[in-house]
Design a protein around this ligand. Structure first.
Ligand code: HEM
Length: 547
């Protein structure tokens, strides 16, 4: 306030006409404040007094910059924010900046809002998708006919052949990693890893490149692209970490001559060159195949991988045709959705197993038993279904650290939501809540995974909750309904294969700092997350001992 007064006084001194300017500034501030106040009043009239008051709207740029996307606070308060609400829904009213919105920790509500394939009901509002639309329209960000078109192009690539490839590629990369990074080979030898994410991210990048895009990469292979001499892995990571800034900041901010902005430009150019080159190469490959087969291309080739299908669609006629920007947008969304997410969950699984020796023993017993039934003890994709306990550890870690944090939707019309809850006598209830057009709701994936109605004692790492899962739909952290994660099985196969190989060869322990107890390690590692576009465990310091 003092700064405002000083600025006004200075303006007056320098120029008497500044009175008009001052009046305009003050009127704008008052109008904004009134608008803010009116929005909040209307919201309270419809949905009742706020249950939760963070400073900023979690999805706003302010929330992102000033409070680690304010999601950090939702993570910190995950055991308490829904406690005083009788229904699995709260009203969240920012006290400093941003529109009020609803938040839910009910998977049943997510099922109702999670569509996006119809022109009515709930949708992914374009204002909330700026971060995902930077590279072009894509399946993650759009709605209605466009979404259906992308999903129809991409879905056939997610087939048993692809999952088998994911398994084989993960297995190959694991062995590559052991040799290239010189992991110990003699029993009892150890390896200290300060950030397990370094190798889980490399794995996830190589697997998505190979199985999603048909571009195999060896563990140590360099991925320099174009003239900028920036590594591809690094560019993707930097882009993802700074996505909010890149997609929301005005052009002049990105052109500022600071080190960070120059590096952002380099990473963006690297990725753009890579996308353009990849499209050119794929078009050339397709032309050759069409010539060789005289247009009679094998059905399996047409389902081959996501990238082939996207480039093929750019040669289609009519409404199914894709522009280059749509190929790039969809390629980016696959990278983004399929890379960091899986890598984060793998790191979290290893951390949780490091401090739950009893669970590690259960998994080892399963892996050894299943291996014994294989020729040469080589685990193949056929064994995936038998590794139930290994998969359960991955899914339980995903529950505790849900990499996809938010299913965000806006009501396109007045509608009714059926919201579950529990009454004062502990009986299950269901409320029909009238929701007005324009209301925003966040399907809070952290809230859902820690909802005691869905997962009793949610703070406990208990993989056995998943032993009897007969349907993938029970893995709620991948969302639910028509817009369920398209890469769900891809991530599960990659995670299980890598864990089965690593845990068969190595015992994992927490890597303690000097004088640190295991309890202190748990506090340092398991209670801190990093939330950018995805949620991940902040650090994963581990010690691996060769069995
Ligand atoms: C553990 C790993 C993963 C987690 C936790 C995860 C989580 C999610 C969630 C929660 C959604 C719903 C988002 C929304 O509706 O707003 C989603 C959608 C999506 N995911 Fe995943 N995902 C993972 C791995 C993958 C992989 C490996 C791929 C690709 C190979 C992928 C591709 C996608 C795509 C394209 C969508 C958009 C689907 C649509 O809207 O139709 N994800 N994911």
């Amino acid at each position: 306030m003092d700064i405002l007064k000083e600025t006004i006084a200075q303006l007056h001194a320098e120029n008497p006409n500044s009175l008009y300017a001052t009046a305009i500034v003050v009127a704008s501030v008052v109008a904004l404040q009134l608008r803010w106040w009116q929005q909040h009043r209307e919201f309270e009239q419809v949905y009742g007094k706020a249950n939760y008051r963070p400073k900023y709207n979690p999805m706003s740029p302010f929330g992102f910059v000033l409070e680690d996307w304010a999601m950090a606070r939702l993570w910190r308060d995950r055991f308490t924010i829904y406690r005083n609400s009788k229904r699995d829904l709260i009203t969240l009213e920012p006290t400093v900046y941003g529109r009020p919105l609803l938040y839910t920790n009910s998977i049943e509500v997510v099922r109702q809002i999670g569509g996006g394939g119809t022109p009515t009901g709930w949708w992914k509002a374009p204002w909330a998708q700026l971060g995902s639309l930077y590279w072009g329209n894509n399946v993650l960000a759009v709605n209605d006919i466009e979404w259906k078109k992308y999903r129809k192009i991409l879905q056939p690539a997610f087939n048993p052949q692809m999952y088998e490839l994911v398994w084989n590629e993960t297995q190959k990369l694991y062995h590559d990693m052991i040799v290239a990074d010189q992991w110990p080979l003699l029993s009892g030898q150890t390896r200290e890893v300060i950030h397990a994410q370094v190798f889980t991210q490399r794995l996830a990048l190589c697997v998505i490149l190979s199985c999603g895009f048909g571009m195999p990469l060896r563990w140590k292979e360099e991925t320099y692209v174009g003239s900028e001499r920036v590594n591809l892995d690094e560019s993707i990571k930097f882009q993802a970490d700074n996505n909010m800034l890149i997609s929301h900041a005005p052009k002049w901010v990105l052109a500022l001559p600071t080190e960070k902005m120059r590096y952002i430009a380099k990473c963006t150019n690297t990725l753009r060159s890579w996308f353009e080159q990849a499209i050119r190469n794929k078009r050339a490959e397709l032309a050759e195949i069409l010539e060789e087969t005289q247009g009679d291309v094998d059905e399996n080739y047409l389902k081959k991988d996501v990238f082939t299908r996207l480039v093929l669609a750019s040669q289609a006629d009519g409404t199914n045709r894709l522009e280059d920007s749509e190929i790039i947008g969809n390629t980016w969304s696959m990278y983004f959705a399929g890379h960091e997410t899986t890598a984060s969950v793998l790191a979290a699984t290893l951390c949780l197993l490091a401090v739950h020796k009893e669970e590690q023993d259960i998994v080892l017993e399963e892996i050894q038993k299943v291996s014994e039934q294989c020729a040469d003890e080589t685990l193949g994709f056929d064994q995936y279904d038998s590794l139930v306990r290994t998969r359960s550890c991955f899914v339980e870690a995903l529950r505790m650290f849900p990499a996809g944090t938010l299913v965000l939707r806006e009501a396109r019309e007045d509608t009714i939501l059926h919201v579950p809850g529990i009454d004062a006598n502990g009986r299950a209830t269901e409320e029909a809540l009238h929701v007005s057009k324009g209301t925003i709701i966040g399907g809070d994936m952290v809230g859902i995974q820690y909802n005691p109605r869905l997962y009793p004692n949610p703070e406990v790492f208990r993989p056995s909750r998943w032993y009897d899962s007969t349907s993938d739909d029970t893995f709620t952290a991948f969302s639910i309904g028509p817009r369920v994660c398209i890469g769900r099985k891809f991530a599960l196969v990659e995670g299980v294969c890598f864990l089965a190989h690593l845990l068969r060869d190595f015992e994992v322990f927490p890597l303690l700092e000097k004088g640190e107890s295991v309890e202190a390690w748990k506090e340092r590692v398991l209670s801190r997350t990093e939330i950018k576009f995805t949620l991940s465990i902040a650090d994963a310091p581990l010690l691996f001992k060769r069995r």
